[in-house]
Design a binder for this molecule. Structure first.
Ligand SMILES: [Mn+2]
Length: 356
């Protein structure tokens, strides 16, 4: 198991590589070329520069999150092959730079969705939160505004302002895209990536939809165990795999994360681990990683990973904003560092106990 932290890159992230290097047990970062747009080919030179910067700080690039998939591929436009070719070239360049883990998602238009970026918890920390009644009463345009007005000046991944400008156009593009069609387009895309992934040993880890249900009437297809297994079977190759995200799957309390881990044994190279707290069936907020702070049993989740032979990459996912830190909501240093230490502690205890 390799413990990592997400890092958005110099100039985009308030957290430095030097700070990450000092979190005990964290040896790598999950990063991306933040200045690229979905659909563009990443140059090998840019990837090499990023890698050199990370390695100069004594860390490694443990994976890319994300190489985003453009809307043409998701809706299956006539020109999608052009963008798939760009994606293949990007994977080729990543493989040549010895990077073998790529995260992506297949959510239409909106990436992860929250209604509050700084809900105050009883201890004074602030967290991302979601309320279904708010979503049901909001115009998607206002969603963009509220995300960007409350992001402490950072551009939230998936909520880039340039997407707002063409929101109507995007909804138009997706108007005939059913769940089935979206799923077929995903399978088409993955099959095309087969040769390059096999050549370079690249794993394409899909991030579950967040929240794990349809938002604003748009289809969502990676929401729970049955749908994940359907995808893993549709392209039944090790390169087609799951980025287990406890916080995303856990938005639906009916998702049994431990059961999903066992069902996907051998197909989880990467795990986002975080906790959230359910207040009512229509309202949840993110929590500290500790089991007792939220609604999930983190011990059981880490234990299931250990028992299924997980040997991939973990990162603590979103953290609370604590100790006066100003950072991208969910991505401050302090609480994610606490999360990494806690998860490493669970892992050490479980592995030593199992080996006894
Ligand atoms: Mn996640």
């Amino acid at each position: 198991m390799e413990m990592t932290l997400r890092w958005f890159g110099t100039g985009y992230d308030s957290v430095t590589l030097q700070q990450i290097r000092q979190i005990p047990g964290v040896t790598g970062v999950i990063t991306t070329l933040y200045n690229t747009k979905p659909g563009e080919e990443w140059s090998r030179e840019d990837i090499h520069k990023l890698k050199a910067e990370v390695e100069a700080a004594g860390l490694k690039i443990s994976g890319i999150e994300s190489v985003n998939v453009c809307d043409a591929i998701k809706v299956g436009s006539p020109d999608r092959d052009k963008y798939i070719d760009n994606y293949i070239k990007t994977l080729e360049h990543l493989g040549q730079e010895d990077i073998h883990l790529v995260v992506y998602n297949f959510m239409p238009i909106f990436d992860w969705t929250r209604t509050e970026l700084a809900r105050v918890r009883p201890d004074g920390s602030t967290v991302l939160a979601y309320n279904q009644d708010t979503v049901d009463n909001i115009d998607p345009n206002n969603m963009f505004d509220s995300i960007n007005d409350n992001s402490n000046g950072f551009v939230m991944p998936g909520w880039e302002p340039e997407r707002l400008a063409k929101l109507q156009e995007l909804f138009e593009m997706y108007k005939d895209v059913t769940e089935e069609k979206l799923f077929d387009n995903l399978v088409y895309f993955l099959k095309k990536l087969g040769p390059v992934c096999k050549k370079y040993g690249i794993k394409m880890a899909i991030h579950p939809d967040d929240p794990a249900w349809s938002v604003f009437g748009l289809p969502r297809i990676i929401t729970g165990k049955e749908k994940i297994l359907k995808l893993l079977k549709a392209v039944d190759e090790p390169y087609n795999c799951l980025n287990l995200c406890t916080g995303s799957l856990g938005t639906n309390p009916n998702n049994d994360i431990v059961d999903i881990i066992y069902a996907c044994k051998g197909r989880i190279p990467f795990a986002h681990i975080r906790n959230l707290k359910y207040n009512t069936p229509r309202d949840f907020e993110e929590a500290a990683h500790l089991s007792s702070d939220g609604s999930m049993d983190m011990f059981k989740i880490v234990q299931a990973l250990y028992k299924t032979g997980f040997d991939g990459v973990i990162r603590p996912d979103h953290g609370r904003m604590i100790w006066g830190e100003v950072a991208m909501p969910g991505y401050g240093l302090y609480d994610r560092a606490l999360g990494a230490c806690y998860l490493n502690g669970l892992w050490e205890a479980i592995s030593k106990e199992e080996k006894r």
